[in-house]
Write a protein that binds this ligand. Sequence first.
Ligand code: FE2
Ligand code: FE2
Length: 190
Amino acid sequence: MLGLASTTDPRWVEVALADLDAVLLDHLHCELKAASNATAMVTRYPMHPRLARELTALAAEELGHVAQVFEALALRGVAATPPPEDVYARSLQRALADKRCEPLLDRLAVASVIEARSCERFGLLATHAPTEAMRAWYRELFASEARHHRLFASLAEEIFGEERARERIGFLVQREAEILSRSAPAPRVH
Ligand SMILES: [Fe+2]
Ligand SMILES: [Fe+2]
């Protein structure tokens, strides 16, 4: 359903549950970046009406997630800090850099893959998080990020054609699996 080339290392769940505060802090950074990335795309590409409309709505939804994560952190008494360098997103961008075709297509591909992996991991937390309230929250996030994954992929297909979009996203999906396989499971969303 998510079109990923690998499933998360089963050890990740254990690592994540052992430091949920760290997962939530990384999650906060992910939601903030998702909101600002969507806003940046609307700023740069307002000539694509569906992209402008749907990514404006998506940015608002991601900001709603930001507020939810702030609340979850506050409940646990965790202070928010600024994000460290985003090694995962940087690696995805770098994977496309040597074969760059169309900047917008690449941005949509990266966003689609990031949403898919977030979604997969929220799905794991929806099963394994320690409380029913958290599991219910992760179920909602799972559904929302699955929708976002499909939206970015369908915008890529609409603007660049199905074949070209699928080829580019498919290429990135393979690289993403390699990138993840090179790092040990950490208490992060990615
Ligand atoms: Fe989100
Ligand atoms: Fe999202």
